[in-house]
Design a protein around this ligand. Structure first.
Ligand code: HEM
Length: 508
């Protein structure tokens, strides 16, 4: 007892000294921040009403709880409304986070102020993604990003416009799997297999054909585990060193082996090409898939895998979720289905082309409406790497510029922007494709982001989705919902519907 008491007293001066240094440092940082804010001509802005202003543990706890309870989207609404503003800040494990649902800030972060923001500090900085995927196009900045972007971009320009023929065989297989006798089918897992098949075809030049061989869908299952682990690792931020997950590492390893098989084959065919043997598909057509277009430019295997992985990641649970969400909404709006079907039938038996698809305005509006209400990517997140300001969110009216300090993390929330009644009107929460006849949303509608980092696959994604919906409605005259559950977002890669998309179809 005497020993413990003496230890306590001998420890006290050290504790008191640490506390004084810490308080002194915090005061210094606060004054430095305020001085810079004034220098940048910015107004103060709202703080999330946390009781823990040091680490924000209550905020972190609420967020983790919301994710676990599949209430992450509701949590977004609740936190903005608790802060009473469209722009506010919170402390997250000692880091200052700025949350914004203002389109002007999204635009500034993505374009005019882009050089003050980066992704590497949040995606690579703490080693979160080093085992998977490494520094590719979506996780690098500056010269490394530009080189990666230049490498991958040409493929998407071409593929987006010219793949309908190749896409059709995958859609034929999908249509074969839809019951014609009105029995119930969950379209979400079917679209996921369809997406795995088209992605492996377009990226690696050969499909795993999981629609016909369900046992081949394991890479997609592993990718869900890999992405969930990645999300957790990124969120752990500076506490990552406390985390061990051998299962996650094993799933990463299996995916690496999967990708390496295609890479080795491509390198082998490049060698054969030097000896005059042209690489072709089984059909005899010359090879022109994504891996083939980049493999000849990247002789280092590890670097090639990194670049390939950066495109392979969004090839899981993106387009498939968009399609599932679109059918989910269509099944609940039979009047929209009938109107769209009329447009589709007008097209007749003409060969369906990219231009033909784009000419059907109502189809484009439906897909926009799906992107708007159920964005597959919720937020644009960037680390501030240079003191700067953002155009709006401060002062008493929340419209004055706000200060953004080096080290702050900015979250531009497209989920809330896309449902903001101030822009979209009082029916913002309602699926109404007709609104697209009038609105010109610019930065209020950015499902694919914007500026130099805009999703390079955006034309391809919308083309694939339009084409598939077109073919479904050519073959079926009605789609009926077969569960009463509301859309409930579960956070996997992005949000997807926990209850899937259970429907029955009436053949045409
Ligand atoms: C519904 C489907 C999709 C949506 C909504 C979507 C959305 C996005 C968004 C919001 C970004 C970030 C843009 C930014 O930081 O400003 C992005 C980046 C990216 N997306 Fe997509 N995406 C989709 C599908 C795909 C697909 C299928 C691929 C590849 C086949 C892909 C490849 C990429 C790449 C490589 C980047 C990184 C671009 C860069 O940092 O320069 N995306 N996407």
């Amino acid at each position: 007892m005497i020993f413990t008491t003496s230890l306590l007293f001998s420890g006290l001066p050290i504790f008191a000294l640490t506390l004084i240094v810490w308080i002194g440092h915090a005061c210094f940082k606060y004054h430095q921040y305020e001085r810079m804010r004034v220098q940048f001509g910015c107004s103060p802005f709202k703080h999330y009403p946390s009781w823990d202003r040091i680490l924000g543990l209550d905020y972190v706890y609420d967020m983790v709880k919301a994710i676990k309870e599949n209430r992450f989207l509701e949590f977004q609404k609740e936190t903005y409304s608790a802060s009473g503003a469209k722009v506010w800040r919170a402390n997250f494990l000692g880091n200052r986070m700025i949350y914004s649902s203002e389109s002007e800030n999204m635009k500034a972060v993505s374009t005019s102020h882009g050089d003050c923001f980066a992704v590497e500090p949040i995606r690579v900085g703490n080693g979160a993604i080093t085992p998977f995927p490494g520094r590719g196009v979506s996780s690098s900045d500056g010269a490394k990003w530009q080189a990666s972007r230049d490498l991958v971009k040409p493929y998407f320009d071409r593929a987006g416009y010219s793949n309908l023929q190749r896409l059709s065989q995958h859609v034929d297989r999908l249509l074969d799997k839809i019951p014609k006798d009105g029995s119930v089918i969950d379209m979400q897992p079917l679209f996921q297999r369809w997406f795995l098949d088209t992605s492996t075809d377009f990226l690696f030049g050969e499909t795993v054909n999981s629609l016909d061989k369900p046992e081949n869908q394991w890479p997609f299952r592993d990718m869900i585990a890999v992405m969930a682990g990645l999300r957790l690792r990124l969120q752990l931020s500076s506490f990552l060193f406390l985390h061990r997950d051998p299962e996650w590492l094993a799933a990463c390893k299996r995916i690496h082996v999967f990708l390496d098989t295609y890479i080795e084959k491509a390198y082998k065919q490049l060698e054969d090409e030097k000896n005059g043997m042209q690489a072709t598909y089984a059909s005899g057509e010359a090879r022109n898939d994504f891996l083939w277009t980049i493999a000849r430019q990247v002789p280092d295997k590890l670097e090639l895998r990194t670049q390939l992985t950066a495109v392979w990641i969004p090839s899981n649970e993106t387009t498939s979720i968009l399609m599932s969400n679109t059918l989910f909404a269509l099944a609940r709006h039979p009047e929209v289905v009938q109107k769209l079907r009329k447009e589709i039938l007008k097209y007749g038996d003409k060969l369906l082309t990219f231009e033909g698809l784009r000419s059907i305005d109502y189809l484009r509006w439906i897909i926009n409406e799906s992107h708007r209400l159920y964005p597959v990517s919720l937020q644009t997140v960037r680390a501030c790497v240079k003191n700067t300001s953002l155009p709006t969110g401060g002062g008493t009216h929340g419209k004055a510029p706000i200060f953004c300090a080096k080290g702050d993390i900015v979250h531009c929330n497209r989920y809330l922007m896309h449902r903001d009644p101030d822009f979209w009107g009082s029916d913002a929460e309602i699926f109404r494709p007709e609104r697209w006849a009038e609105v010109r949303p610019l930065w209020n509608f950015v499902p694919f982001g914007g500026g130099p980092r805009i999703c390079p696959a955006h034309v391809m994604v919308d083309t694939e989705c339009s084409y598939t919906i077109f073919r479904i409605l050519q073959n079926f005259k009605a789609i009926e919902p077969r569960d009463d559950e509301p859309y409930t977002a579960v956070m996997r890669v992005g949000p997807s519907n926990k209850n899937g998309c259970k429907l029955s179809f009436v053949p045409a």
